[in-house]
Design a protein around this ligand. Structure first.
Ligand SMILES: NC(=O)c1ccc[n+]([C@@H]2O[C@H](COP(=O)([O-])OP(=O)(O)OC[C@H]3O[C@@H](n4cnc5c(N)ncnc54)[C@H](O)[C@@H]3O)[C@@H](O)[C@H]2O)c1
Length: 151
């Protein structure tokens, strides 16, 4: 996909299942990928593997529930690169049904999958607005698993 060539893409949850496949696709397309994840070990391992791909990449260990760390990471990227695309892929899905998931677990998932996503968008949009052609945001993570069971 040549339209992604040299585009700067921030990918959260990059070290995860969906994230790592997505990272490979973007790199194959010639994009410049900024890989974010809380898991430093998985992120480092992924980056070693991704060196074979065409595009360039940068890695950032970042906990999306740590607001200050999130702000600093996005500012670091946005001040050095034009942000063209944000892919919100970080998330947790180890939930059960509405009936069985306890409130503490729900709050944890909410803080990562919903508030984390909101904060990433909030930090990115001002940078995207400075671009001549704006930017795109793709949201992959969600909490719909709570609602899809039949009863
Ligand atoms: N796997 C699927 O088929 C599928 C389909 C649709 C949507 N989703 C959603 O997409 C998201 C990712 O799915 P996955 O299968 O890749 O999950 P995954 O667990 O393999 O990857 C999630 C990644 O997010 C990272 N992460 C977790 N908490 C974080 C935090 N606080 N800060 C930064 N990074 C954090 C994890 O370290 C992990 O690398 C989930 O929210 C899931 O519900 C998954």
């Amino acid at each position: 996909m040549s339209s992604l060539k040299n585009k700067n893409i921030i990918l959260t949850g990059a070290a995860g299942g969906v994230g790592s496949v997505t990272a490979k696709f973007f790199l194959e397309s010639g994009a410049i990928v900024h890989l974010l994840d809380i898991d430093e070990i998985k992120l480092t391992a992924l980056c070693k593997e991704l060196h074979l791909y065409e595009g360039s990449m940068y890695e950032y260990v970042c906990d999306l529930t740590n607001s200050e760390q999130l702000t600093n990471t996005f500012k670091k990227i946005g001040r050095s690169f034009p942000i063209d695309v944000l892919v919100n892929c970080a998330g947790v899905s180890d939930v059960d049904t509405v009936e069985t998931a306890d409130e503490k677990n729900f709050d944890r998932i909410w803080n990562i999958n919903v508030k984390g996503l909101y904060r990433c968008c909030q930090e990115t949009i001002p940078f995207m607005k400075k671009n001549k052609h704006g930017g795109s945001i793709i949201n992959i993570c969600g909490i719909t698993k709570f609602c899809v069971r039949r009863f």
